[in-house]
Design a protein around this ligand. Structure first.
Ligand code: SF4
Ligand code: FES
Length: 242
């Protein structure tokens, strides 16, 4: 595959054609923040925290003197492209995205996003009138709980459940607009879906919306015996004799 040379924050870098701006920036040691992106999932460009300012691409709508902001996780490099990873516009855009997330979602168990909020000096109280995503915790199986008040709709869980990893297709988007959420077909309990309880969705969730039930019960102060009862239905496993 042919190589492409571009500049990122004034430094020249040459990468194979088809490389994303995010990976080209990583080659130069530049850090571009990401939230919905995961190295083992197909990039979907949902959160837009990774936007960078670019000279050398044709935007859908041209505004005189304004360079387009593009998602670095999704956009491919092109010859002669000039990328700025931390222009005032991209930083302002990231800050606003973080402020909107903080206004609507419980981010108390999202350490990476909280770090971004500090780094970008985002104001958690910027949108005091915003409607918050508040839904009951779903506890319908012995393996994990689902607390969608903490869900930022990054789609990682859906992708690993589908054709990025497990090919199980137990969960997907549901609803429209502000009521968009992640759910099962016809809102069936997880035990009545195709879920095989592999735990991959829990592993990729960046906000604690999906959590191992044992971890959740430990945090709530239950004893180990109580946790074993709750997660094994009271059955004790036989140990193999040595
Ligand atoms: S449950 Fe977690 S992984 Fe799934 S969309 Fe919500 S935040 Fe992302
Ligand atoms: S990390 Fe690029 S759009 Fe979410």
């Amino acid at each position: 595959m042919a190589d492409v040379t571009l500049t990122i924050d004034g430094d020249s870098v040459t990468v194979p054609a088809g490389t994303t701006i995010l990976k080209a920036a990583e080659k130069l040691g530049r850090h571009v923040p990401t939230i919905c992106y995961h190295d083992h999932c197909t990039a979907n460009g949902l959160c837009r925290i990774c936007v960078v300012e670019v000279d050398g691409v044709k935007p859908l709508v041209q505004v005189d003197g304004v360079k387009p902001l593009v998602p670095a996780c999704l956009s491919r490099v092109s010859e002669g492209m000039k990328v700025s990873t931390s222009s005032a516009r991209s930083e302002r855009s990231r800050r606003t995205i973080l402020e909107m997330l903080a206004s609507a979602v419980d981010l108390s168990q999202a350490p990476e996003i909280n770090k971004f909020i500090e780094d970008y000096r985002a104001d958690r109280a910027r949108f005091p009138e915003a409607e918050r995503r508040e839904v009951p915790v779903l506890d319908d199986n012995p393996m994990y709980i689902r607390d969608y008040s903490k869900c930022i709709l990054c789609w990682r869980c859906v992708q690993v459940c589908a054709d990025d990893a497990q090919f199980t297709f137990a969960i997907n988007f549901k609803g429209r607009g502000f009521d968009t959420g992640i759910g099962t077909f016809f809102d069936k309990p997880m035990t009545e879906t195709t879920c095989v309880f592999c735990g991959q969705c829990v592993g990729v969730c960046p906000t604690g919306a999906l959590k191992s039930k044992r971890e959740a019960l430990l945090e709530e102060g239950f004893s180990l015996d109580e946790i074993m009862q709750a997660t094994r239905g009271g059955k004790k496993r036989r140990r193999k004799s040595p």
